[in-house]
Design a binder for this molecule. Structure first.
Ligand SMILES: [Zn+2]
Length: 343
């Protein structure tokens, strides 16, 4: 696995352009998962949104608005809406400590959970956390079968093994990656949120079946950075061109170091956008879309399944967050049609 090589078939192109990567596996054709003409799976559930206090910081209706517009305004009818099961205690225990699993699954008779800022820590909040973790597990399953699937929700990459942090209660990325690792699969996490996926790095540390790549702003939350397999720290005011070039190099390095993964978990962060309240970049909406296309092409052209999650944005103009979520879904759908279901 680790002797996979990468050659850039086309060099000196614009970052995010039409680069094709040859992973050098020596096969004439790369078989890819999925069937011709299949639909993109979008993982979602009413529990994701119907929790007490779904307002303000969370504003989860951006996902619902994006889905509605994709279907009604853009006429996209070939989406397969998949409702996941709840995550179990056993799932959570793949990553989290017994005490913390008890804390999350136990009685909700507290006014607050220290990592949950959506409102009171009640049954609806608990259901949102457990259902969305189940959704990440399901997104990976669907991606392995179809080629691409999208979890229409945040990725809770700040949660640590023994505590939650940064609005993240359970680390769904790490749980879903660990589940596959235990089945002998090799998983690469490509986290492009503006904040480091520091919890994921800690939750998966020492597991040689999991590789974590995080691109994030150096001077941003979390103050204390952990060590991912590869970290790319961005300075303030990074542009589309600079960012896409850095990410492209990081993807090449990731495959050189880890080999070809069985699945990529792509965290398509929208808060990297320059118009986001939490970012200091100059990255544009078009740049974010180019990034999505680049990551999906990089792995899709080699038949590697990709499960995509879409962390919420905090754009100054909330319309921009909806636009970026729609773009990510549309690029995922395009990648599914272009790269998968071929033999
Ligand atoms: Zn973030």
């Amino acid at each position: 696995m680790n002797n996979w090589r990468i050659t850039l078939a086309v060099e000196n192109q614009e970052p995010g352009g039409q680069l094709e990567y040859d992973f050098g596996d020596g096969q004439e054709t790369n078989s890819s998962p999925g069937m011709p003409g299949q639909k993109l799976a979008l993982i979602t559930h009413p529990d994701y949104y119907n929790f007490t206090g779904n307002t303000g910081t969370w504003a989860m209706n951006q996902y619902q608005n994006a889905l509605k517009e994709l279907q009604e305004k853009h006429g996209i009818q070939d989406l397969d809406i998949v409702q996941p099961e709840l995550a179990t205690r056993e799932d959570a225990a793949l990553v989290h400590t017994p005490r913390y699993v008890w804390d999350v699954f136990g009685p909700t008779n507290r006014s607050k959970h220290h990592a949950w800022s959506g409102g009171p820590w009640d049954k609806t909040a608990q259901a949102a956390v457990l259902r969305s973790t189940g959704g990440m597990l399901r997104a990976n399953q669907e991606a392995m079968q179809r080629g691409v699937a999208v979890q229409m929700y945040d990725a809770f990459h700040h949660a640590y093994p023994g505590h939650g942090e940064g609005f993240c209660v359970l680390n769904d990325i790490a749980i879903a990656a660990k589940k596959l690792s235990h089945q002998g699969k090799r998983v690469m996490v490509v986290d492009t949120d503006v904040h480091q996926g520091q919890g994921t790095a800690v939750c998966t540390k020492g597991d040689t079946n999991i590789y974590t790549l995080s691109t994030h702003e150096r001077e941003n939350y979390p103050g204390y950075k952990e060590h991912s397999s590869q970290d790319v720290e961005l300075e303030y005011h990074v542009t589309d061109q600079e960012y896409l070039g850095l990410l492209e190099n990081a993807l090449v390095k990731a495959v050189q170091e880890f080999g070809k993964p069985d699945l990529v978990m792509y965290v398509a962060g929208t808060d990297l956008y320059g118009g986001d309240k939490l970012s200091h970049t100059r990255v544009t909406i078009a740049g974010i879309r180019q990034r999505d296309a680049m990551v999906l092409r990089f792995f899709g052209s080699q038949g590697v399944p990709v499960s995509v999650s879409v962390p919420q944005g905090y754009a100054e103009n909330p319309r921009d967050s909806v636009t970026m979520i729609k773009n990510t879904v549309m690029e995922s759908r395009k990648a599914l049609q272009t790269y998968y279901g071929k033999s």
